[in-house]
Design a protein around this ligand. Structure first.
Ligand code: NAP
Length: 296
């Protein structure tokens, strides 16, 4: 079997188009422009690239982008003051604090200081609780992107066996909640899981979010399963730098029914879902109908 390629790059483009057309409607019908504020503390090179990319795509979608760059030695009090101002600014519908933060700042405290309804990363404890109890919440962008691709590929996910490898708060746990919300039978695997190959072999859907290059080989995968590879690992091969996922694409693609590539799979969906969350937050803030298909 040769797997169908789930093209995250193309899918992300359709999500961005939906976002942009909803933004146009919000402007024309209601005179509202959604706004996303991104706060970057310090000069981590990877974070700078992400923040630039987020700002660019926000503007391309017709939204307002606000960037707050703060020094690496910013105090907690100064950062909290910036977040407080954004929380009360009616032009700002989404707030994202780029992680990781410098070590002297308490990440949980900072994230939980964001107004939950503007928490477009979905990391605030209130949003985690709302998602866990099946209530309307802001949904973390990466798992939301995975869910959208799975729904698009399968239609209904009801009754499918899903195995999520990884239990991080950012990907694994919310991914498992979303799959449970769509009535999958969900197993969360992690570094202490016994017989991981045997567990993965049961899965109709495998979501790998581990951070270990090409850890999941094709012979762990059930014939015809759908494989979503969240991993982004930089490796050196044949003297060249390369991006690979947590799944060994070559062997897995021979067994799976469908698979996301790395790069070009989950990655592009993450920022697209951030834009989607910003529009959703804007609609909720203004008591307007939410765009269909842009949240869980
Ligand atoms: P993380 O916080 O480091 O969590 C990794 C998880 O993998 C942990 O739960 C860990 O288990 C588990 N794990 C580690 N080694 C394992 C093993 N040998 N067998 C089974 N499970 C194992 O990572 P993360 O933030 O969730 O990210 C995971 C990957 O996704 C990374 O490559 C990251 O770069 C990528 N990512 C991509 C996007 C995107 O936009 N595409 C977004 C976020 C993350 P324990 O809990 O037991 O330690």
């Amino acid at each position: 079997m040769t797997a169908k390629l789930i093209d995250g790059k193309a899918f992300a483009a359709t999500v961005r188009e939906k976002v942009a057309s909803h933004v146009t409607r919000l402007k024309e019908d209601h005179g509202i422009t959604p706004g996303l504020a991104v706060v970057l503390v310090g000069e981590d090179p990877a974070s700078q690239v992400y923040v630039r990319s987020k700002g660019k795509q926000t503007i391309e979608a017709g939204m307002n982008s606000y960037e707050h760059r703060m020094d690496a030695d910013t105090t907690e009090a100064d950062l909290l003051a910036v977040i407080d101002a954004l929380n009360t600014d009616p032009a700002v519908h989404g707030i994202l604090v780029q992680l990781p933060l410098p070590g002297h700042l308490n990440e949980d405290l900072i994230i939980n200081s964001i107004a939950p309804e503007k928490d477009v990363d979905g990391f605030h404890i209130s949003n985690v609780g709302l998602l866990g109890t099946g209530q309307k919440s802001m949904v973390p962008c990466t798992p939301l992107g995975c869910l959208m691709m799975l729904r698009d590929h399968h239609g209904s996910l009801s009754g499918m066996n899903a195995v999520v490898i990884g239990r991080s708060n950012i990907v694994g746990k919310p991914m498992a909640q979303l799959l449970l919300g769509d009535s999958c039978t969900v197993t969360i695997a992690h570094s202490r899981t016994k017989d991981l190959p045997g567990v993965v072999k049961q899965a109709d859907i495998v979501v790998a979010a581990v951070g270990r290059p090409e850890m999941v080989p094709g012979d762990w995968i059930k014939e015809g399963a759908t494989v979503i590879d969240v991993g982004i690992n930089r490796i050196e091969r044949d003297g060249k730098n390369k991006l690979v996922g947590d799944v060994d694409f070559e062997s897995a693609a021979k067994v799976a029914g469908a698979i996301t590539p790395v790069p070009g799979g989950v990655g592009p969906m993450t920022i697209a879902c951030l834009l989607a969350n910003t529009v959703t937050a804007c609609c909720r803030a203004n008591g307007l109908a939410e765009p269909e298909g842009l949240t869980a």
